[in-house]
Design a protein around this ligand. Structure first.
Ligand code: CMC
Length: 430
């Protein structure tokens, strides 16, 4: 039996046989690229619920089983044993690096962390209280103004250099956005520090005295960054790919990804979770908020709950919940109270029929904000941290797409609902 699907238009009786494309695991996909030519029909799938936009060998998710793997490796093993730099190498190059390869990769990234001094001046143009994600989007896009001599996207060396530069410089830009907000001088990156340590240094050190980051904070950041590094064709990664499909330069594409990530349904959820827990305030108020989440006439949603792909506990949330326990163990303050409230909210929601029926579980953003906050990272920086980590995934997808032989400009079609043809009416007759 051939691996095909036959579709019949019941209005015209016309049939078309379409091939099925199978990957190494997971669902296959009906290849509909000839459908319009053969039948004059498009497919309609708002939000791309059942549409594969590309072939990819980077990340595998089984949403029903709660499985996430980068390049075949289970996320749990990577989070336990690797550094963020090892995972970034894995995502981009396809393999975990050995000692020498890792040293070479890290050293290249470290050397690229410093940004052109003119770029740091851009921050003075932003109001002191600008949202750091707004600064990120603008300044990341402006990187293309500095590297126009290495922007040939057909050149393999230029591509690799752009990818390394982006992973390196987003951390420096993120830290500078924070420093701009609090009015402190920018700190230069230190080549001897590892990536996450370097980011904490650029955020929290000052020229007035020595700074040494807490190893617990560095370890937590490493794990969070590994978990946030990639998630196949999510909204921001698809945005990067769509922008790249026109041949736009990689810095512009990553800036597009940053803006897409910002929304509360995506990476902005970590900031929204903390705001919501503040509003809930105490255990007694939880039922009121659960009732609002279930009310179809109320747009309110429980932030940090639900996922397009996971219909099971998000495997990243399982790991993050454990890290939150470790980080917040010795805390007695507001962050600890918030974590306890989150645990109670989770427990109540997971027993509620509405959430059970719809398979709504905590996602990666439910606990991540609490950890970042406990590490001293303010709320408006939470999505920025996500963006820094996800840059490794974005550039990996950009590199993969550049090598894809079936790369075409992304150009969805539509079902037109507007006015049918009508004749122009002169102004004095309208
Ligand atoms: N609270 C209450 N109801 C919900 C929620 C929620 N958080 N999420 C989904 N539902 C309901 C929704 O109303 C719908 O109900 P019904 O079938 O009765 O109409 C059903 O569950 C299916 O939801 P959907 O909106 O069709 O699902 P989706 O796949 O389009 O949306 C989502 C996925 C993540 C945008 C959504 O679950 C949501 O808005 N969650 C809250 C925001 C959030 O935490 N986002 C972070 C996502 S993970 C990290 C990332 O992607 O960056």
């Amino acid at each position: 039996m051939s691996d095909t699907v036959t579709l019949t238009d019941n209005t015209t009786g016309r049939s078309v046989e379409l091939p099925i494309q199978r990957g190494s695991e997971g669902p296959g996909a009906i290849d509909i690229s000839t459908l319009y030519r053969e039948t004059g029909l498009f497919t309609y799938d708002p939000g791309f619920v059942a549409t594969a936009s590309c072939h990819s060998a980077i990340t595998y998710i089984d949403g029903e089983a709660g499985i996430l793997r980068y390049r075949g490796y289970p996320i749990e093993q990577l989070a336990e044993h690797c550094t963020f730099m090892e995972v970034a190498h894995l995502l981009i190059c396809g393999e975990l690096p050995g000692v020498e390869k890792l040293a070479e990769f890290q050293s290249t990234i470290h050397k690229h962390m410093m940004v052109n001094e003119s770029l740091t001046k851009f921050f003075q143009g932003f109001r002191y209280d600008s949202h750091p994600m707004a600064m990120m989007a603008g300044v990341v896009a402006s990187l293309s103004a500095f590297y126009h001599d290495t922007l040939d996207i057909e050149n393999l060396e230029h591509r690799a250099e752009a990818a390394q530069r982006m992973i390196a410089k987003v951390a420096t830009i993120a830290a500078a956005s924070y420093k701009r907000n609090i009015g402190e001088p920018f700190m230069y990156p230190q080549n001897n520090l590892h990536y996450c340590d370097n980011l904490l240094h650029m955020m929290f050190a000052t020229p007035c005295g020595p700074y040494e980051s807490d190893p617990v904070a560095v370890r937590a950041l490493n794990i969070l960054f590994i978990l946030h590094a990639d998630h196949e064709q999510n909204a921001s990664t698809s945005t990067v790919r769509l922008a790249a499909s026109s041949g736009a330069n990689p810095y512009a594409c990553i800036a597009a990804g940053v803006t897409s990530l910002w929304g509360p349904a995506h990476g902005g959820a970590n900031e929204a979770v903390l705001k919501q827990l503040d509003e809930i305030g105490c255990r007694e108020n939880i039922p009121k908020f659960i009732a609002r989440a279930k009310d179809k006439d109320d747009p309110f949603r429980l932030m940090g709950f639900g996922h397009r792909v996971y219909k099971n506990y998000d495997p990243r949330a399982t790991i993050i919940r454990q890290v939150a326990h470790e980080v917040l163990e010795n805390y007695q303050g507001k962050d600890r109270r918030m974590f306890d409230l989150a645990l109670e909210l989770e427990e109540i929601a997971l027993k509620d029929e509405y959430f059970v029926e719809r398979k709504l579980y905590p996602n990666v953003d439910f606990y991540s904000g609490m950890i970042y906050h406990a590490l001293g990272i303010p709320r408006n920086m939470l999505t920025v941290m996500f963006a820094v980590a996800r840059t490794a995934g974005w550039v990996s997808h950009w590199m993969e797409m550049m090598c894809d032989p079936v790369k075409r400009i992304g150009r969805p079609r539509q079902v037109y609902d507007g006015a049918v043809k009508r004749d122009f009416v002169p102004m004095d007759q309208r």
